[in-house]
Design a protein around this ligand. Sequence first.
Ligand code: NAP
Length: 451
Amino acid sequence: MLRVAVVGSGPSGVYTAQNLVQLDSDVRVDVIDRLPCPYGLVRYGVAPDHEKIKSLQNNLRTVLEHERVRFLGAVRVGPGGLPAARLRELYHAVVYCVGAATDRHLGIPGEDLPGSWSATQFVSWYSAHPDAADDGFLQDVRSAVVIGVGNVAVDVTRMLARGPAELSPTDMPQAALRALAASRVGDIHMVGRRGPSQARFTTKELRELGGLPGAGLLVDPAELALDPGCADLASLPPARRRNVEVLRGWAQVPPEDAPRRIRLRFFLRPVELLADGGRVGAVRFERTEPDGRGGVRGTGQFEDVEAQLVLRSVGYRGLPLEGLPFDASSGTVPHRAGRVVRAGTVAPGEYVAGWIKRGPTGVIGTNRPCAKETVLSLLDDASALVRERAPQDPVAALRAAGAEPVEWPGWQAIERAEAALGASLGRGVVKLADWGSLLAAARSAGAPQAP
Ligand code: NAP
């Protein structure tokens, strides 16, 4: 019987497990996660007000409840936890689905001033990630700048613009709800360094910014006019054309008087964060213009935009994994159809899927074909892998290494605790936001089951 460890329980990990059990009627899969909770970015990245996308958890749940799949949470693989080499001994094959764990930097002066954060830090906070710190993101903030025009930028802009009535029904932790509800942010500038026709957001996400109660939208027609793509819509791929059409519509509407204003800006590249009283006070941008090759060049004209909060939303980045090769330029693990490649040769029994395989692009569904490709490679190798080694009882080995895995009943106990917390606050489900509460809830389910 083939025994496979999948490291990471986000969409790529769960789709890998699903493909394995669908395509091999004997395989047993352990889905291992550093956190006591499954679902990765679906739980800790999808915005709380995106209930429909979040409901994908129900599909992922049926995979993790499959009789040949087991969830092992609160197990760290690598430094400080189970060494990767030991994990490799316990299974016939290991598939790393660990995503892109960090965020990219701008590399400009002032980037580390208090009040300047990555969008990921902000998202982790309102998503109740147990490693997130409550950093007083919104304290004394009147104006916020979001750098980047991808879907994460749209998410954080929307969360900053939403009012308490819309946030309260979500599962966001109480402290984040309280802080966002009390926020005095009046202006939210979302800024792209290139033109509107080159923005990375998808039209569905962009449109949502137009329908937020209490939030007006401002698009400067002069910035649209700078973009040759806007003048020649027929030359654009359909997705980009739709974005420009939406932006053009907004640019024609006179700004309404609203308590909050979302300002969509283009052709401005950040060059410096300026301090004011020991924290960020403004972002200095240089006006750019198209260079005729899809990029932009600086014009030597500068504009300072007031901001007591700066969120850089310029993409994620993969981190090297202990014992695995790593391509630092792309932030991914070198692979051939999902098989890890070491020094030009395929490493038997080691695989990757998801963002650590292909980089931080695409939507959740993109992980399905990506996981399938990896699983087909693995199953091609399966007979050799099964001949090569006899797997050991992973849970006993994990306990011997000091880990106390949170299994499915432990996760279900966390879900019950979150429902009870929400009920006590007069809300729906409210997420537990710290390690202590999560582990206490998980342990209340009783001793982990024997393997
Ligand atoms: P992204 O789509 O790669 O967007 C990154 C943005 O940052 C781009 O506008 C990019 O501009 C800009 N940027 C990069 N370096 C910069 C710099 N030095 N200065 C100024 N701007 C810079 O990344 P993301 O928004 O983090 O999203 C990651 C993935 O998750 C995407 O595939 C996204 O679709 C997905 N996602 C989907 C949803 C959803 O479906 N609802 C929600 C969240 C995330 P250039 O284009 O000029 O490089």
